[in-house]
Design a protein around this ligand. Structure first.
Ligand SMILES: C[S@@+](CC[C@H](N)C(=O)[O-])C[C@H]1O[C@@H](n2cnc3c(N)ncnc32)[C@H](O)[C@@H]1O
Length: 202
């Protein structure tokens, strides 16, 4: 989906996402000392809000102005309007304009491998020494489960692929195909998986 399509989706009356922070973010970040965080592809802002509520100084980026407006309104409702810096930018041509971050995170950004690999390299380069990169996505095995995801396999990636692309200078702390329950469109319960990479820059 391009920027206009995301704007249209976020312009609908109902929220697109649950309003709750992604469970993987909560699980992987809860034990870390808060610092400066970048959230890329922030959507309606639940992860950015959770980070700010847990002491992180957050920059949240998305190319949907409509999504960001929703996110900012939700943050303001919680008294966090000033705590999060909202950046309207396309990751295709974004470059960091702040010092490196203690945490760079992105959830469910499913672009084709080019430009995805280039974007993840840019996000990795924005991590400070000793800081962490957390990337989460739908695992390629979900394509066999039939839960209505886009069918292009090029848009899916494993933690092992992400770790290999990072190369030297990183310690991989988590490389998972983490299972979680979901409901199949036909009504029965299935197990889907999330790709989870948590890596610490040496
Ligand atoms: C599936 S949503 C995930 C939102 C959020 N991370 C979450 O987990 O709820 C993908 C998000 O990526 C954003 N996005 C997609 N391509 C982008 C790009 N090239 N630059 C910036 N944001 C992008 C969309 O606007 C959308 O908010």
């Amino acid at each position: 989906m391009d920027q206009a399509e995301w704007d249209e989706r976020y312009g609908a009356r109902e929220p697109v996402w649950s309003g709750r922070a992604n469970a993987t973010l909560v699980a992987q970040v809860s034990g870390l000392a808060p610092g400066r965080a970048l959230e890329a592809a922030a959507g309606e802002g639940a992860d950015a809000i959770w980070l700010a509520e847990h002491g992180w100084r957050v920059t949240a980026l998305d190319f949907s102005a409509v999504g960001l407006a929703r996110a900012e309104a939700a943050a303001t409702e919680r008294g966090l309007g000033e705590a999060i810096r909202w950046v309207h930018a396309d990751l295709l041509d974004w470059a960091p304009d702040e010092p490196p971050y203690d945490l760079v995170t992105s959830h469910y950004l499913h672009l084709a491998s080019e430009p995805r690999n280039r974007i993840y390299a840019t996000l990795a380069a924005a991590v400070a020494p000793g800081g962490r990169l957390l990337i989460v996505g739908h695992h390629p095995s979900d394509l066999e489960v039939g839960v209505g995801r886009p069918s292009d396999p090029d848009r899916y990636f494993t933690a092992e692929q992400l770790a290999a692309d990072l190369g030297a200078g990183w310690t991989v702390e988590q490389a998972l195909a983490a299972p979680r329950p979901a409901t199949h469109p036909e009504g029965h319960e299935v197990t889907i998986r999330d790709t989870v990479l948590l890596a610490r820059r040496d």
